[in-house]
Write a protein of this length. Structure first.
Length: 164
């Protein structure tokens, strides 16, 4: 993994070296940085800047997970969640599964997707940073979850002016 500048360098985090910046070939909202694996794993990584939700810290991760899977539709469940210790910012993570149609495909066939989510709460600017790591191959779920935790722990704010 390599450290990548996000949002013009205001933030940085580790991103797998095989991942390409999706904004080079598709529209990406201003509040997101999206990276996709161009190899056979078909994984993706999304950093999203959101207004802090009012949920308690331990339930906010579940709320954000629910919002992500609602966009995709289909059935989902959280397998595990935890708070990471020894980090600069408060970080919660969860590993979940969802059965959904593969994005951009016409087929009605459902695909099992592992969704790993990290929530970084930036209290002083009332902001939630949500990092989602999507893994299509179920046997790579735990590996993807460990990778997400490493990415979340590497997250750093370099310029607080990004938040106004």
């Amino acid at each position: 993994m390599n450290t990548k500048e996000l949002f013009g360098g205001a933030l940085t985090a580790l991103v797998p070296t095989s991942f390409a910046d999706a904004s080079q070939f598709r529209q990406v909202p201003d509040t997101q940085e999206v990276f996709v694996d161009d190899g056979p794993a078909e994984e993706s990584l999304i950093f999203d800047i959101l207004e802090k939700i009012s949920d308690a810290d331990d339930t906010a991760i579940k709320t954000h997970f629910g919002e992500i899977v609602a966009i995709n539709g289909g059935e989902s469940r959280i397998v595990t969640s935890e708070q990471l210790q020894g980090t600069e910012y408060p970080i919660w993570t969860c590993l979940g599964e969802q059965e959904t149609k593969k994005w951009g495909k016409e087929s009605e066939e459902l695909t099992k997707v592992t969704i790993c989510v990290a929530l970084i709460r930036l209290e002083k600017v009332s902001t939630d940073i949500v990092i989602s790591y999507n893994v299509l191959k179920g046997e790579r779920a735990q590996e993807g979850y460990e990778r997400l935790k490493e990415i979340a722990k590497s997250f750093k704010v370099n310029d607080w002016n990004l938040f106004g």
